[in-house]
Design a protein around this ligand. Structure first.
Ligand code: SAM
Length: 252
C-alpha cells in the first residue's frame, strides 16, 4: 500500500520538466521491441502505465492497447493525456497488475515498463504465441549514488530483480527470447534537474525506506549530493549511470 500511496500523491510519471539527455550504450529499446512484435491488428496491454505519458508518445499504432494502473490519480491524468494525444487505438482502465481481469487468451502482447508483474497472470491472458516485453530497473542502477547515500532502490536486495522476473516467467511456462542488460548514461543540465529526479522517483528512497506519512516530504542530504556532483560533472552534464534490464518472452 505504501507504493500505491506514493503514486497517488505524484499522479503522473512525466519528466519533461527535467532537463537531461540520455546516451544509450546498448542497443535494446523497449518500444522498438514492442514494435517488432506487433502490427495494426494487435491487441495489447500496458501494465502500470502511469498517466500513459510514454505509451501515448511511443507505442506503435495497433488495433487496441489498454493501459492499466491501480492508481486513480494516474488514470485521471491518463484520460486527459489521451484526449490531448488524439490517439484512437488507446484505452485506459483501472486494474491491479497482480489481478488481471481481462478474458483469458485475449492478448497478443503485454508490456510492463518499470512496474510489477505476475508471470502466471500474464501467461493466462496471452494467446498462444503471445509476447511479453519487460523493462525494469536493475540492482546496480545508479550504484555510485546509492553507495554514497547508503540506501536506495534494490540496494539491499540479495537477488537481482531481473533474475526474479526471469525465473518467474520460466516457471509460468514462458520461453525466454532474450534477457539483456540495458545501459544508459543520463546527463543532467543542473543540480536542480538531478535533484528533481531524485525527489520524484524511488531511486534513493525505496518504498520500504519511506516513513509512513512522509510522501512528498522526502529529504536528501545536500552535502552528499554536492559531493556526488563534484565527482560526476562532465562536459555533457552531471552523469548518472543507469542500469536497466529488458526481457522478451513468448507463450509457445
Ligand atoms: C515507475 S511508474 C512507471 C510508469 C510507466 N510504465 C512508465 O514506464 O513510464 C510505475 C507505475 O506502476 C503502477 N503500479 C505499481 N504497482 C502496480 C500494481 N500492482 N498494479 C497496477 N499498477 C501498479 C504505479 O501506480 C505507477 O503508475
Amino acid at each position: 500500500m505504501k507504493e500505491l500511496d506514493f503514486y497517488e500523491e505524484i499522479g503522473n510519471w512525466d519528466f519533461s520538466q527535467i532537463k537531461y539527455e540520455t546516451e544509450k550504450l546498448t542497443d535494446w529499446d523497449f518500444y522498438e521491441r514492442i514494435k517488432k512484435y506487433t502490427d495494426k491488428n494487435s491487441v495489447c496491454l500496458d501494465l502500470g502505465t502511469g498517466a500513459g505519458e510514454k505509451l501515448l508518445a511511443k507505442y506503435p499504432n495497433v488495433r487496441l492497447v489498454i493501459g492499466t494502473d491501480y492508481s486513480d490519480a494516474m488514470l485521471r491524468g491518463a484520460k486527459i493525456n489521451l484526449e490531448k494525444s488524439g490517439r484512437k487505438d488507446v484505452r485506459f482502465a483501472k486494474m491491479d497488475n497482480l489481478q488481471i481481469t481481462l478474458p483469458d487468451e485475449l492478448l497478443d502482447l503485454i508490456s510492463a515498463r518499470h512496474t510489477v508483474i505476475d508471470a502466471k497472470q500474464l501467461y493466462k491472458s496471452l494467446r498462444k504465441g503471445g509476447i511479453v516485453v519487460i523493462q525494469g530497473v536493475e540492482k546496480l542502477d545508479c550504484q555510485e549514488l546509492k553507495e554514497m547515500f547508503k540506501r536506495g532502490q534494490a540496494y539491499k536486495d540479495k537477488v537481482a530483480i531481473s533474475q526474479l522476473d526471469y525465473e518467474q516467467l520460466v516457471n509460468a511456462g514462458f520461453e525466454i527470447v532474450e534477457k539483456k542488460e540495458v545501459l544508459e548514461n543520463e546527463y543532467f543540465e543542473t543540480k536542480e534537474d538531478l535533484l528533481a529526479l531524485l525527489l520524484k522517483t524511488p531511486i534513493l528512497d525505496d518504498f520500504s525506506e519511506i516513513e509512513e506519512n512522509n510522501y512528498g516530504k522526502k529529504s536528501i542530504e545536500m552535502n552528499i549530493l554536492d559531493e556526488y556532483i563534484k565527482k560526476n560533472t562532465t562536459e555533457k552534464g552531471i552523469l548518472l549511470k543507469r542500469v536497466l534490464y529488458g526481457i522478451v518472452a513468448v507463450k509457445r
